[in-house]
Write a protein of this length. Structure first.
Lengths: 114, 112
């Protein structure tokens, strides 16, 4: 079965530190990849997505993610975090083809201290 | 546009009771889905629909029913509530599963 692993469940950083959140998936075919963010008390919203082309994808608020097909990974990065980045981050994968399911990882809760 | 709306925001049920969580979207999206969010487990897909009259099961469908009689509405029915169904439920819609999903504000359900 398809699955998505986010290895870091909780991450605590100081402002201006660099961020990298891991995401690995277990589907061998072509995939569409997403990162969603849920700020405290708010809806989930799309941070960035990868469908094809350049494996380095830039999203909103200075976030980027790199798709490494050989490693089945789609890690999220930000060079310098801010207190306002405190949120829960979810990686999601949609296998291409006839699959209509969007599978989410368990999420990583990020706390940024001023 | 209101986007994706969900009612109620909060609900407390006793074990064995049934209820329907409502979800509506005004973006004419074909694809709608229901997730439950539990601590440490992220979002798990319950059921989804690719259009009116078409529904399918997700990862954790047991104990839940859905129907899709219109493009706008996608209600989730709990047939006989159990404490294991205590969770936050999110409805989402999109042009398709490979497009951005728009999430509703969620329903926090407690089953005692």
């Amino acid at each position: 079965a398809q699955s998505v692993s986010q290895h870091n469940h909780h991450v605590i950083l100081s402002e201006a530190a660099s961020l990298e959140l891991g995401c690995n998936y277990s589907y061998g075919g072509t995939v569409n990849l997403f990162w969603y963010v849920q700020y405290p008390g708010q809806h989930l919203q799309l941070l960035l997505k990868y469908f094809s082309g350049d494996p380095l994808v830039k999203g909103i608020k200075g976030f980027e993610a790199e798709f490494i097909k050989s490693k089945f990974s789609f890690n999220l990065r930000k060079p310098s975090v801010q207190w306002s980045d405190t949120a829960e981050y979810f990686c999601a994968v949609k296998p291409s083809g006839g699959y209509n399911k969007l599978i989410f990882g368990a999420g990583t809760r990020l706390a940024v201290h001023p | 546009n209101a986007g994706v709306t969900q009612t109620p925001k909060f609900q407390v049920l006793k074990t064995g009771q049934s209820m329907t969580l409502q979800c509506a979207q005004d973006m004419n999206h074909e694809y709608m889905s229901w997730y439950r969010q539990d601590p440490g487990m992220g979002l798990r897909l319950i059921h989804y629909s690719v259009g009116a009259g078409i529904t399918d099961q997700g990862e954790v469908p047991n104990g839940y029913n859905v129907s899709r009689s219109t493009t706008e509405d996608f209600p989730l029915r709990l047939l006989s509530a159990a404490p294991s169904q205590t969770s936050v439920y999110f409805c989402a819609s999109g042009q398709g599963p490979f497009y951005e999903q728009y999430f509703g504000p969620g329903t926090r359900l407690t089953v005692t």
